[in-house]
Design a protein around this ligand. Structure first.
Ligand code: ATP
Ligand code: MG
Length: 597
């Protein structure tokens, strides 16, 4: 048996390691499955590059043998050769473009699936320390950057590297002297390009971060639009958005300016160099040491070499941006859940979950590491018992549930089920035995049926109907235009608070869990509906262990015991009558909070 805990603290994209093109190496896992296509694409690429180089040769033949010698038949043949090379170039370019783009699409589709899968299994701490917009831009923007590189830039770079090398070889074979000049000039051309390229990359990353800020802001606005309108915050939000846009524009401007400088520099240096070489070459032709065809093809190859240098420096920028994106994605993929895990897990008890015990549990939320949200909590719940938890707002009641659901692990102390710490069980299997009705029920953008059967995808329609009936929501659903198939809107926007709560109660009822966790499950209901739902819940609670965060007198009265929470600690344990008589805090709470229904 092995226990693992990964202490890596997830950090934001702003603190990413200094990445280099080397991080593109990470993509090999994704490219490997498409080996065959990669090989074909490489072949196509090889042929394209050779045909471009062949064009120079055909040109030289055309000039020297055809035109200069005045041989018409040779001219025709040279022309046919030229044309054949052009056709070959077109065909292989088609194949290369198709294959490479298709590989790009498939690689990115797989990456998106992978990241999504990984995100689904990360712990609560991760999501508290990462902004939603930032994570979304990882899945969309970053993967798009990578797609551009895999689906184009890499092949452009490769093609141009081939052209560069081939071009240089052809230059050498044409004139060593002239090529020596070219090579002397190369370092002078390349060094400034690399330096400015680095700056462009830093600015690209800054732009990405600014765009992420902008996304976060827009998303929050759309999510909270009604609150914004109710408090007439439109102007303020608009101003804030404006500031974000301006900030991203400022960085974008700096990046564009730098990028433009880079391009201008490339043109000046590279074309300047060619002009110089041409000038020297022209003198050679005048001196008779070089033929006109040789100079033509030399110029052609020099242009190819210059063009490919320019293209390489262009795509290096893209590749560097993609390298940054790869790093950010790899960072997420390397973040492991910090929850304790036991390998292999112990099978859960069958029959169901028995005694639950908290032993001196302390817990701190990651964002508030100094103040314990749970402070030395100890209590036991026997199988089948109903335990009510009461306490002022913020006293840690919902946190207790979050610990049971294993969103977090305790900082110290243990939570045991059947005398075995929870982390010895498989987390999914454990959660399957529970059903929770939370304070803020989540409704998915799906039908009423799908929302009720959320935790029990194979439930029969009869069971769904029965659960809806027990949760007092059947009548409402049947009146909807499409009954159980009616769409409930994003985040349940088409439902009232009480309706959402009843859907989530139906969801818990149909799951028939061993452990039922009710967090103020009936707070949004009117007293008539609350009474009915309470009856249904009472039936469900009878057969199983229940922890209920209680706000009703009837619930606390019927509970086997009551935990009174205060500032993250358990202040007292007892029955309603005991506590009401002797515990001052409980007495006050009972008088202020409990609705007598
Ligand atoms: N994700 C979080 N990060 C940091 N602090 C948190 C987080 N969630 C809750 N807290 C804090 O932990 C304390 C306990 O919160 P909890 O949600 O357990 O309260 P509660 O007893 O359920 O209150 P209520 O009756 O209002 O629902 C509160 O002070 C709260 O501010
Ligand atoms: Mg709560």
């Amino acid at each position: 048996m092995r226990m693992s805990r990964d202490h890596s603290v997830p950090n934001s994209s702003a603190t990413l390691a200094k990445g280099s093109l080397g991080s593109l190496h990470y993509l090999r896992h994704y490219i490997a499955p498409h080996r065959l296509m990669v090989v074909c694409a490489l072949l196509a690429l090889l042929v394209t590059s050779s045909s471009v180089l062949g064009l120079g040769y055909a040109l030289r033949t055309l000039v020297d043998e055809g035109i200069a010698r005045g041989d018409r038949a040779l001219l025709d043949r040279s022309f046919l050769l030229l044309f054949a090379v052009i056709l070959l170039l077109a065909g292989t370019t088609y194949a290369r473009y198709f294959l490479v783009s298709w590989i790009g699409e498939r690689v990115v589709a797989q990456m998106r699936r992978d990241i999504y899968h990984h995100l689904l299994h990360l712990d609560a701490c991760f999501f508290e320390t990462h902004r939603t917009g930032e994570l979304l831009s990882r899945i969309t923007t970053d993967t798009t950057l990578i797609q551009a590189v895999v689906g184009s830039s890499v092949s452009v770079a490769l093609r141009n590297i081939l052209l560069l090398c081939g071009g240089l070889i052809m230059l050498f074979s044409t004139s060593i002297e002239l090529t020596a000049y070219v090579l002397l000039i190369v370092p002078l051309v390349v060094t400034p390009i690399i330096i400015i390229g680095k700056k462009v990359r830093a600015l690209s990353r800054a732009t990405q971060d600014k765009i992420a800020d902008l996304n976060v802001h827009a998303e929050e606005t759309i999510y909270a639009i009604q609150t914004i309108q109710a408090f007439t915050l439109e102007d303020r939000h608009e101003q804030q958005f404006h500031d974000h846009v301006m900030a991203s524009l400022t960085t974008a401007r700096a990046r564009i300016a730098m990028r433009a400088q880079l391009t201008a520099l490339v043109i000046t240096l590279v074309l300047g160099a060619i002009a110089t070489v041409l000038w020297i070459g022209g003198q050679n032709v005048l001196a008779g040491t070089m033929s006109a065809g040789e100079l033509s093809s030399f110029v052609f190859y020099a242009v190819v070499v210059a063009g490919s240098t320019g293209a390489i420096s262009e795509v290096i920028g893209d590749m560097q941006r993609a390298a940054g994106a790869v790093e950010r994605l790899a960072e997420i993929k390397q973040t492991e859940s910090t929850l304790l895990r036991t390998i292999p897990p112990i099978p859960l008890p069958d029959p169901p979950l028995g005694t639950l015990r908290f032993e001196d549990v302390q817990f701190f939320y990651p964002s508030r590491p100094d103040i314990p949200a749970l402070n030395h909590i100890s209590f036991t719940v026997e199988r089948g018992e109903t335990v009510a938890i009461v306490g002022a707002s913020g006293s840690g009641k919902s946190t207790l549930f979050r610990m049971l659901l294993r969103y977090y692990d305790p900082a110290s102390g243990r939570i045991l089920c059947n005398d075995t710490p929870l982390h010895h069980y498989d987390i999914g299997a454990l959660r399957q035995r529970m059903a929770v009705v939370s304070q803020d029920p989540m409704i998915f953008s799906a039908s009423a049926r799908a929302n009720i059967a959320l935790g029990t995808p194979h439930a029969t329609m009869d069971a769904i109907r029965q659960a809806a009936h027990d949760a007092e929501i059947l009548e409402f659903i049947e009146q909807l235009p499409q009954g159980f198939e009616s769409y409930l809107g994003e985040k349940g926007i088409r439902l009232s608070g009480g309706q959402k709560q009843r859907i989530s109660i139906a969801r818990a009822i149909i799951r028939a869990p061993d452990l039922l966790l009710l967090d103020e499950a009936t707070s949004a209901l009117d007293s008539e509906n609350e009474r009915k739902v309470q009856e249904a819940l009472t039936r469900v609670m009878q057969e199983r262990t229940t922890l209920v965060i209680a706000h009703r007198l009837a619930t606390v009265r019927n509970a086997d015991k009551i935990l009174v929470m205060h500032n993250g600690a358990i202040d007292a344990v007892g029955t309603h009558d005991e506590l009401f008589a002797s515990h001052e805090l409980y007495h006050t709470l009972a008088q202020q909070q409990f609705k007598a229904s």
